[in-house]
Design a protein around this ligand. Structure first.
Ligand SMILES: O=c1ccn([C@@H]2O[C@H](COP(=O)(O)OP(=O)(O)O[C@H]3O[C@H](CO)[C@@H](O)[C@H](O)[C@H]3O)[C@@H](O)[C@H]2O)c(=O)[nH]1
Length: 577
């Protein structure tokens, strides 16, 4: 592998077209037409020239380049193979502008290479290939996002992966730990010598829209897509490029679900900014490498500043109060935090250029549904101030969307539970959620006995049934919703659940299975505001979004909650677990 000359790389990167071709012989083969078709010779010439300047191109490779150019003839052929920096510079000056173009080298199968190229072009993504150990700063000039891809089976120091925004200052070596490994089927991050195998399908799934994904699967299965040229779809590049530079605003980004959302966005290579007043969340819960604005979500002037400063066009709104029993004690706080502040946020969006909105709502808007599983078409009859405050916010958003051209997805989620499987985030404090309380008792962080709120419900074992959804799946649903609003105008309200429920007793049994210890509990009276049963009808979300839950396994959910609680218990109060 050869190092690419910085002076050469920088201007090329600035044009979003770096071909850090590792091996000049490969370049030669490409120019000879033996490799991937469709090369942009301007780029290759410059890179080859750069390699030649360093005197590292094997004679054979240089010869073949010469031959190739000679065969093509023309002026470019005649001035091929410059031998000094001046020649490189002059060639660089004369080189015609080139289209974004890339070779994925060895990471992808051929078909994937081509599709990757199409995808990157499609999305106007600044794209570059850097050498092992090459500082990523060389690519920083591209702007908001750079995809860095190294060769297959290359040591982790030249890791394969997706980088963006804040990672740009890191070298590829450092990136070994920082790189998104979510889309890698095999990864040993954090150390030298590991291998990352890039999982192209996952990459496409998360990064690109449905249309492209289906194109990808059809191409992969060998089908031709009728009416589409083989080199793909012609997008509005300007718009796509613009989108790549924006940040997604995550309100409540230092809270339980918001922090998972920030992680999911980072894992997907999406620049994001968190906004949180830290009343419930904590600074250390939000990813360290993402900006966190400490502000009130109802402060319109503050929001306008954040929108402008971070070029926000999309908002994912989590900030608010979420505890059913607390809402009965402090209803006005719930209407202020959840309804009035959401109104202020939507007003600020309407006044700015923010036109895509994902709203985290709740199954509590259904109250006690007549039918279970409950579909989105069911009557909205909340039985707690919490549910009512969120139902009002939903209505405000829907009305504002019609009048102000907002595109939105409302996600009504059922019982969020568990913690990040990698242990990076989880629920903190002493909220009243069943699994949180049970996990705290199980690890000794709470001394009391778990109280079952009602054992006389009309359910098989008498205890209330809920549809528990892993928090990372909730975050993924938001990512899918984001893709959906980007794909075109959307006004969708969708349940987020797995479509099956567990009773309180079944949850206790799951905790006992995972810990291998009995959990002390006793049955008490019903808790006001609790319906007997809440299970999602998931048909709508499965049809509307490309959301595929990854953690639909109650023992896994419980295990992540227990692991998180153990981390918290082991750390000193307030310290990062
Ligand atoms: O110590 C406890 C805590 C809870 N429960 C029961 O466990 C079930 C789940 O309760 P909890 O975890 O407090 O969640 P919910 O009250 O169902 O509300 C959650 O689920 C809603 C959607 O279903 C979300 O909107 C809310 O934000 C979220 O708090 C309910 O039947 C509770 O009565 C107990 O029996 N003992």
């Amino acid at each position: 592998m050869m190092a690419v000359d910085d002076d050469l790389v920088r201007p090329l990167v600035r044009r979003s077209v770096v071909e850090g071709v590792a091996n000049p012989q490969k370049v030669a083969r490409l120019l000879l037409g033996e490799g991937q078709a469709g090369t942009q010779s301007g780029v290759h010439e410059q890179i080859v020239a750069g390699d030649l300047v360093k005197g590292k191109v094997p004679q054979e490779g240089a010869m073949r380049v010469r031959q190739a150019r000679a065969q093509r003839g023309g002026e470019r052929g005649r001035r091929a193979v410059p031998l000094g920096r001046d020649a490189v510079a002059s060639q660089r000056r004369r080189a015609a502008p080139v289209e974004p173009f890339a070779h994925a080298l060895g990471i992808f199968e051929k078909i994937e290479q081509r599709l990757l190229v199409i995808a990157l072009e499609e999305h106007g993504v600044g794209f570059g290939l850097l050498q092992r150990g090459e500082p990523v700063e060389n690519a920083a000039a591209v702007g908001a996002a750079v995809d860095v891809i190294a060769e297959k089976d290359e040591p982790l120091a030249g890791a394969a992966g997706v980088l963006c925004g804040d990672h740009l200052q890191k070298t590829i070596e450092q990136v070994g730990a920082a790189v998104d490994v979510a889309h890698c089927v095999k990864a040993r991050p954090g150390g030298r010598g590991g291998l990352l195998t890039f999982h192209a399908e996952k990459f496409f799934e998360h990064r690109f829209n449905k249309r492209l994904q289906s194109f990808y699967s059809m191409e992969k299965s060998g089908d031709r897509v009728k009416g589409l040229p083989r080199r793909g779809l012609r997008p509005n590049r300007e718009r796509l490029r613009e989108e790549r530079c924006m940040s997604v605003l995550v309100t409540g980004g230092a809270g339980y679900i918001g922090a998972h959302m920030m992680l999911a966005l980072r894992d997907a290579g999406e620049p994001a900014v968190a906004l949180d007043d830290l009343s419930v969340g904590a600074r250390w819960l939000a990813p360290e490498d993402a900006p966190l604005v400490v502000a009130d979500v109802g402060d319109k002037a503050g929001l306008a500043r954040v929108f402008a400063e971070h070029d926000v066009r999309e908002v994912i709104h989590f900030a608010g109060s979420t505890l059913v029993p607390e809402s009965l004690e402090r209803p006005l706080a719930y209407y202020r935090n959840n309804t009035a502040k959401t109104l202020a946020l939507i007003e600020a969006c309407a006044e700015a250029r923010v036109d895509r909105f994902i709203f985290s709502s709740t199954a509590a808007v259904y109250g006690t549904p007549e039918k279970t599983p409950v579909a989105e078409t069911a009557a909205i009859r909340p039985i707690s101030p919490y549910g009512a405050s969120m139902a009002m916010s939903e209505r405000i958003l829907a009305d504002a969307a019609l009048a102000h051209g907002l595109s939105y997805v409302i996600l009504r989620y059922f019982n969020v539970a568990g913690a990040d499987p990698k242990g990076r985030a989880g629920e903190i404090g002493r909220p009243s959620h069943l699994l949180k309380v049970a996990a705290q008792i199980a690890v000794g962080a709470r001394r009391e006995v778990l109280e079952i709120y009602g054992a006389d419900y009309p359910t098989p074992d008498g205890t209330a049934i809920r549809d528990y959804v892993h928090v990372s799946d909730i975050a993924d649903a938001h990512l899918s919703a984001l893709s959906r609003v980007r794909a075109g105008a959307a006004r969708l309200t969708l349940n987020v659940g797995y479509g099956r429920g567990y009773s309180v007793r079944e949850m206790i049994e799951a905790v006992e299975r995972v810990t291998g210890k009995p959990l002390p509990y006793e049955a008490g009276p019903r808790r006001p505001g609790d319906p007997a049963q809440l299970i999602a009808d998931t048909a709508a979300i499965r049809a509307a979004l490309d959301w595929r839950p990854r953690y639909d396994d109650i023992d896994f959910i419980v295990r992540t909650a227990i692991d998180w609680e153990r981390r918290l218990a082991a750390s000193r109060a307030g310290a990062r677990p």
